[in-house]
Design a protein around this ligand. Structure first.
Ligand code: FEO
Length: 404
């Protein structure tokens, strides 16, 4: 990507990755992405904001050399140190031995272990501290857990640019680096990429999103120079994206308890238990929203949302190959581990031989610190009428626990 001037003294020097289709192993990236880095030039000094993924270092270096004499770069500001941003720090520091690297306290620890260097010239940035480049001021705003403990924003008041790193970003490759140049036909795609990114990266950290928004609400931001996707501009996509962050970071309040029953069932046996349990829950909480979801057919995005927003849930699996079945594990892979602790969960399932499925789920949910029912409900092969009565009682008991 050619260097692109964003505003006076701010140049985009990052790299595009239009062909990326998966980020961090688990995140689909239909529209590719970009590893953004910015050069800020003052009258006395110059600073880089973040670096790029190590795989793109050579291209990054070409961009830098086109933009500036490397020896004029005095500072590197690392708002966040996940390797998609910090991957090139070690190589860059090798080329520029006098480079001063500005990081948060937590970031300094991560960076030492990511670069495996203890001799980096680190400057710890505290909340509100500034760096004067000569007519360009970098002010550091602590923003922990957006989305790592090390996260901070950097504000450039003279140009009204907020360097927000992952915050407000999106995995979307826009070669011009400006949201105002997004072709109309790609605007919906950009927005869906931003929504997916928000959900995956910031969904678990909504209280911190609210705090982050509070910290920047007094700033007259003209440009949000994120570290993935196009720079957001005032009058362009910036307000829309910030509104989305504001709305979706509010706590979810249910008028009635939301208690989904997730299950899979090869021969309808676990399914019969699921339906009986659901009936039992409704007997105690008649107004609760209780729906049984067969995970083979249910929308994975919807069940992922439900398990994270529910007031409690039931999870049922048969046992195949001495384990719970893949759709159940897939659901649990979407659990927001940060916020799931103490969530009421009951486990059930039919099995034929040794029945390890439910105990294996218990072990995983204990790891997630769920508030598990003291006993699981398991039946060998086909549940009898008496078993189904017990399943209803199990549902009632679970509902009592939620009712408090
Ligand atoms: Fe783009 Fe959290 O790294």
């Amino acid at each position: 990507m050619a260097d692109i001037q964003i505003t006076n003294g701010v140049t985009s020097v990052g790299v595009l990755n239009p062909n990326m289709r998966v980020f961090d192993i688990v995140m689909p990236t239909e529209y590719g992405s970009s590893y953004n880095s910015y050069l800020v030039e003052g009258e006395r000094s110059a600073a880089l904001i973040e670096t790029v993924h190590l795989d793109f270092f050579d291209e990054y270096l070409e961009n830098l050399r086109r933009a500036i004499d490397l020896n004029k770069i005095e500072y590197l500001v690392m708002n966040h140190n996940e390797p998609d941003h910090s991957g090139s720090v070690e190589r860059l520091a090798g080329l520029l031995p006098n480079l001063k690297i500005v990081v948060s306290q937590a970031g300094s620890l991560y960076l030492k272990n990511i670069t495996n260097r203890s001799d980096l010239n680190l400057i710890i940035a505290k909340d509100g501290e500034s760096l004067d480049l000569g007519g360009k001021t970098l002010r550091f705003i602590s923003a922990p857990f957006l989305h790592w403990p090390d996260s901070m924003f950097t504000w450039l008041p003279e140009e009204k640019v907020l360097f927000s790193c992952d915050f407000l970003g999106a995995h979307f490759c826009e070669p011009t680096m400006l949201d105002t140049h997004l072709p109309e036909r790609y605007r919906d795609g950009y927005f869906s990429a931003m929504v997916g990114y928000y959900g995956a990266i910031f969904g678990p950290f909504k209280p911190y999103v609210r705090k982050g928004l509070e910290k920047i609400q007094g700033l007259d931001i003209q440009y949000a120079a994120t570290s993935h996707g196009p720079v957001l501009t005032k009058g362009g996509m910036l307000e829309k994206v910030m509104d989305y962050y504001r709305e979706t970071s509010q706590p979810v309040v249910h008028e009635q308890p939301l208690i989904p029953v997730f299950y899979t069932s090869a021969y309808h046996n676990t399914e019969k238990l699921a339906l009986a349990i659901a009936r039992g829950i409704k007997e105690v909480l008649p107004h609760a929203e209780v729906t049984a979801y067969d995970l083979v057919y249910a929308d994975p995005a919807e069940t992922a949302r439900l398990i994270n927003e529910c007031d409690g849930c039931m999870i049922g699996s048969p046992t195949i190959n001495r384990d719970a079945v893949p759709p159940i594990w897939a659901l649990l892979s979407h659990v927001d581990a940060v916020n799931f602790a103490k969530r009421p969960v009951g486990l059930f399932g039919s099995y034929g031989w040794s029945g390890e499925g439910v105990p294996n789920l218990r072990a995983r949910l204990e790891g997630l610190k769920a508030r598990l029912m003291p006993e699981d409900f398991r039946v060998v092969f086909v549940p009898t009428e008496a078993d189904l009565e017990k399943a209803r009682a199990f549902g009632r008991s679970f509902a009592e626990q939620i009712k408090g």
